[in-house]
Design a protein around this ligand. Structure first.
Ligand SMILES: Nc1ncnc2c1ncn2[C@@H]1O[C@H](COP(=O)(O)OP(=O)(O)OP(=O)(O)O)[C@@H](O)[C@H]1O
Length: 276
């Protein structure tokens, strides 16, 4: 299998980000004064209670939603719309792939928009399909594939694009547990090979710890960073060994307690009476 050349990566900085939804009803203050920095090439997971603003944050990071105040700085430049070096994988793979295009054509489409010449496009598509173990499936249509395979196609499409930053919003929520484990390992191996900066939003605390080098735990609304948890589990992770490691268990308990406290309104670790 040929290697995809390193895509490069970029630092992502969130500075005093606030987002209040204003519409017909009462304004909803979703995010309040968020500050954090993700270094180039880091893999960071974001967890928090339901309604904490995870999707809001990710949509701001993707340039799909305008902050009410504050800014998002990608590789030194404040973003003001979807930036070119960024790819997004969402939960709803079924809706994100075009059913009238083949798998290969789906992966190729953003590359056409990027004006990459045809011969290079075909190379990138083939490499991305191989990277997600779907070589030979390019001529099929998405609806001929299982849910897990469709999600692989969505990942391949993001990888072929050679992003500097890959944003993932609950990408495996709709696949079965076995497939989910495989896709988690796929994300870790692609991250290691490509050196891309990855931001991964999930409800699943175990998933966040298994995948991340850091886990950002969000408070309840209006959202601030509750704790920035460093995951000291080494680079080589395995579904069986890592998940039965004592450090994994300690981190899981800690993050679980944080999310529970956040659900009940705590906004600082001191307030939540949680030890490290
Ligand atoms: N378009 C909108 N207009 C008004 N309020 C909104 C809008 N989108 C989200 N919200 C509100 O903002 C808050 C944060 O929502 P968001 O979807 O970002 O949370 P979340 O952490 O992703 O939730 P979940 O984990 O349940 O998916 C919620 O209170 C939600 O009701």
């Amino acid at each position: 299998m040929s290697m995809i050349p390193p895509a490069g990566s970029a630092t992502l900085e969130v500075r005093a980000l606030s987002k209040t939804y204003t519409g017909r009803g009462e304004p909803v203050e979703a995010i309040r004064q968020l500050d954090f920095k993700i270094s180039a090439g880091e893999l960071v997971c974001i967890v928090g209670p339901s309604g904490a603003g995870k999707t809001t944050l990710l949509r701001c990071l993707a340039g799909l939603l305008t902050p009410s105040s504050g800014e998002i700085v990608l590789a030194g430049t404040t973003i003001s719309g979807p930036p070119p070096g960024l790819a997004v994988v969402l939960q709803e793979y079924g809706r994100s792939l075009f059913p009238w295009l083949t798998v290969a054509e789906n992966i190729e489409l953003p590359l056409k928009e990027k004006r990459i010449p045809r011969s290079r496009r075909l190379e990138l598509v083939a490499e991305a399909l191989a990277a997600v173990s779907l070589a030979g499936e390019g001529e099929k249509y998405p609806w001929q594939l299982s849910g897990g395979m469709q999600q692989r196609v969505a990942i391949a499409r993001a990888v072929a694009y050679e992003p500097q930053v890959l944003l993932m919003d609950e990408p495996f929520a709709a696949v079965d547990a076995q497939t989910r484990f495989e896709l988690e390992d796929l994300v870790r191996s692609l991250w290691e090979r490509l050196g891309v900066t990855v931001v991964f939003v999930t409800h699943d605390i175990d998933e966040a710890i298994y995948l991340g080098e850091r886990v950002l735990v969000l408070s309840g609304r209006p959202t601030v960073i509750f704790e920035d948890v460093h995951v000291n589990l080494g680079a080589q992770r395995s579904q069986i060994e890592t998940r039965s490691d004592a450090e994994f268990a300690r981190l899981r308990t800690h993050v679980y307690e944080l999310v529970q406290a956040a659900k009940h309104g705590a906004r600082t670790v001191a307030e939540a009476h949680i030890s490290h």
